[in-house]
Every structure is written in C-alpha cells, then in structure tokens.
Design a protein around this ligand. Structure first.
Ligand code: 5GP
Length: 122
C-alpha cells in the first residue's frame, strides 16, 4: 500500500486543514484530536510520509525516530500529564481500526483510563 498524500493528516501538515497545535518541531506535530475520547486527547505525528507504525519503524531514519519519540515524551510532560498518568497508543491496520493512514500516536489523559483494553471475544 502506497502512502496517500491526500490523507487528512498530510493536509494538516501542509496547512490545508486547521488544527489546534500543541507542539511542533522539525520531526513532529502534536494537535488535539477532533473527537476527543478523554479530557486530554492529543495526536502526535511525524512530519515524514509514513502510513503506520510498521512503515515508520521500518523506513524512518534514526533521527526521525528519535525526534518523534522525544517530541511525544515532551508533549506528555508539557501537558502536565506525567503526575496523573497517561496512555499512548497507535493503531495499525484493519484489526486495530486505523482510520487515518499517516502514522500517529494517541495520547490519552485526564481521567482514570481503566486497565489496558477490553478483552476481545476469542
Ligand atoms: P485512528 O483510528 O486512525 O488511530 O485515529 C484517527 C484519529 O484522528 C481519530 O481519533 C479521529 O478523531 C482523528 N481525526 C480524524 N480527522 C481529524 C481531523 O480532521 N482533525 C483532527 N484534529 N483529528 C482528526
């Protein structure tokens, strides 16, 4: 599957769709999710064109990977979520219901998030 340059997050990176930016540097952009699932729900995306975590972890440079994860940690810290706690999550592909095919990490915080995920039917 090829990267689609018209996905929503690519448009956000090009400034074609507005977003509520939390943080930006050369490797990453963080912005509030349009449909927040928790009081704090921020998306952190790399600036490079990667479809999902699988694509990013395989093809991104070490500088991009380090820059992205440092940005993710900084965003969590700067939002004041370290003390109360937070969850980071990334969906890859069909079974995880990935909607937007540009790699992103969700940062959830601001309430008791429960324990991990709901047990699925086996
Ligand atoms: P996924 O299911 O791909 O892991 O999550 C995609 C996320 O992107 C969803 O939580 C959804 O609410 C969010 N989202 C979709 N379109 C937009 C948009 O135009 N702006 C923002 N800020 N978030 C979006």
């Amino acid at each position: 599957m090829a990267y689609d340059p018209n996905n929503i997050f690519a448009k956000i990176l090009r400034g074609e769709i507005a977003n509520k930016t939390v943080y930006e540097d050369e490797h990453a952009l963080a912005f509030h999710d349009i449909n927040p699932q928790t009081p704090t729900h921020v998306l952190v995306i790399p600036k490079g064109a990667y479809i999902s975590f699988a694509d990013f972890s395989e093809k991104a440079s070490e500088a991009e990977i380090a820059g992205f994860f440092r940005a993710l940690g900084k965003v969590a810290k700067d939002l004041g979520t370290e003390e109360g706690g937070y969850r980071i999550l990334s969906n890859h592909g069909r079974d995880a219901h990935q909607e937007v095919a540009h790699f992103h990490m969700h940062l959830f915080a601001g309430k008791d998030l429960g324990r991990m995920i709901k047990p699925a039917d086996k």
